[in-house]
Design a protein around this ligand. Structure first.
Ligand code: AMP
Ligand code: MG
Length: 341
């Protein structure tokens, strides 16, 4: 199969929408990461997505809509807190899990009786979903286990020859996937996967915000968890990854001891001149949590392209958007974390 790179034109969006309506898969941009979009109600199409990604079948897909009214037929009931969250954060990088109706096939939901729904903010994603006229199920567009794609070129790297088309939409603004939440009760939000919408922001709407234990913990593959995606090794480049916790001076001292051929530091922007002065090979990934979120999947791919064998990553903070970056990094590192003082 030859994968066509489609442009952001009315004609190409209409072509991509036709593919989705006819049960095919399209690589599509969103503000979080690129996804593999298909008709969420078409079980056969959804099976193709699982196959293209190599994704375990118990890991559900998020369903994307481009109009608030399209939420209603997909879920059994929308509690007031869910409506308030949608008012505040949609369109945007928040996925809300609710009990599903049978408009969502079991395979889309990974066999669960719930569905995660999101209204993305990216104009090309909205145009595609509207043109398709169906809710679009879309997991991140990487091969299962690899860093998520944040450009159409990354999508091509992972999916060329596996899907009929990728729709160009520029670099993703957020760079990390959506925040996935469920509602424990009328006033409690539980974060199953942190994302660009932060716990602090959710707190402005919900009386209580709980970060699920699975977000920061290591989970065995046979464990039963609320969000199946959190238990798999994930987001990993070809190089080995170690997460290094510590202040700048401790990080530099650690890197001095570990410098070798193929070893790179993925560090804060402010670390770069110091690394360079010490002859430590490095790649900056930003000077704020938001910048690091936007840059880090891309940086992992770039370091692979440089032939990196081992990447030591200076750990981000665990508040704000930093929580999402940290959550991805511990999985990319296979939980190999060192603390230096
Ligand atoms: P991705 O498709 O790569 O963006 O990953 C989607 C994430 O959302 C995974 O971690 C899934 O396990 C999680 N998810 C999606 N739908 C549900 C659901 N109905 N219940 C729990 N977690 C979900
Ligand atoms: Mg993913």
């Amino acid at each position: 199969m030859i994968t066509r790179l489609l442009q952001n034109t009315d004609e190409d969006i209409a072509y991509a929408a036709d593919l989705i309506r006819s049960g095919e898969i399209v690589g599509m941009p969103t503000e979080t990461v690129y996804g593999l979009g298909c008709d969420a109600g078409n079980a056969e199409a959804v099976r193709k997505v699982f196959a293209a990604k190599g994704r375990p079948s118990d890991n559900p897909l998020i369903v994307h809509i481009a109009d608030r009214a399209d939420w209603k037929p997909l879920v059994r009931d929308i509690p007031p807190l869910a409506l308030q969250l949608a008012d505040r954060f949609w369109p945007g990088p928040l996925t809300i899990i609710l009990p599903r109706t049978d408009r969502i096939p079991s395979v889309t939901a990974g066999g669960l009786d719930t569905v995660g729904v999101r209204f993305p903010a990216h104009p090309v994603a909205q145009a595609l979903i509207r043109a398709a006229g169906v809710p679009v199920a879309a997991p991140s567009g990487n091969r299962s286990g690899s860093p998520s794609p944040t450009t159409a070129a990354h999508m091509m790297e992972d999916m060329n020859g596996r899907i009929p088309a990728v729709l160009e939409g520029g670099s993703c603004f957020c760079g990390v996937e959506s925040t996935v939440i469920q509602l424990d009760d009328a006033e409690t939000v539980r974060i199953l996967r942190p994302g660009f919408v932060t716990p602090e922001q959710l707190q402005t709407v919900a009386a209580r915000v709980i970060v699920d234990d699975a977000v920061l913990a290591q989970i065995s593959p046979d464990a039963v968890v609320r969000s199946p995606g959190m238990k798999y090794k994930h987001y990993a480049p070809k190089a080995a990854v170690t997460l290094v916790q510590g202040e700048q001076a401790a990080f530099l001292a650690f890197m001095r001891q570990h410098t070798a051929d193929g070893v790179y530091a993925l560090c804060f922007d402010a670390d770069v001149p110091l690394c360079e002065a010490e002859g430590i090979a490095c790649c900056p990934y930003g000077d704020t949590d938001e910048a690091r979120a936007a840059a880090f999947f891309r940086s992992l791919r770039e370091l692979d392209a440089c032939g990196a064998k081992h990447i030591f990553v200076r750990a981000p903070r665990t508040d704000g958007v930093g929580l999402a970056v940290y959550n991805r990094l511990i999985r990319a590192a296979g939980y190999d974390i060192v603390t230096c003082r």
